[in-house]
Design a protein around this ligand. Sequence first.
Ligand SMILES: [Zn+2]
Length: 224
Amino acid sequence: MDCPKCGSVILKENINIQTDIAQCINCDHIFKISEHIQVVNDDFDVRDTPKGTWFQKDFDIIILGASTKSPIAFFLVPFMLVWSGGSLGGIYGSQIASGELNIGMSLFGIPFLLGSIFFWSITAMAIAGKVELKLNKQGGKIFTGIGNIGFTKTFTWDEVSTIRETTSNIRTNGRQNIKLCLEGKRRVCFGIGLKEERRYYLLKAMQTVLAKLKSNRNMNYQSF
Ligand SMILES: [Zn+2]
């Protein structure tokens, strides 16, 4: 196993399974083994994709994806049309209609404008969004967005020692959201807003890929 802090290989004599403690001789980091070893259940089949998720293998690339489409769109679209249309139409529409710029009104409208952009992007994700991971031997890219529009986070496998679910600071209706995080030398999180079943699929599939990688150092694509 590798040190979760600096990535050095942990020597056998510095691992104590009974006390669940290991120490890195390179950086002196002491950690609980159980928190950094991924137990993977072999029954999990990455090809057995639940509704709204997908798995694809193309030469040396594995694609794992999950849709963020949600019935909440049926509520969000009319709500946003009224809220955003009403506030922005009232603030900016009236200025455009009269052809006169009102600085005070325009400044007053900025929070509504930013709020609209934010909530419309959530609405658009609920209509047609996806989270897609493209994995190769070196690492991967995590895309969040619609079609080709969105943002991409990248990582390399040597930066990752575990993949787990964590609660996000972003709350929706007072409920904490859950996201997926790759952790190790760096922390890369994604997947906020995914339905539980789809998020769970991505979590298990990523853990399976990681475990296979770590166990034979060369990515064994034949095993998928
Ligand atoms: Zn270390």
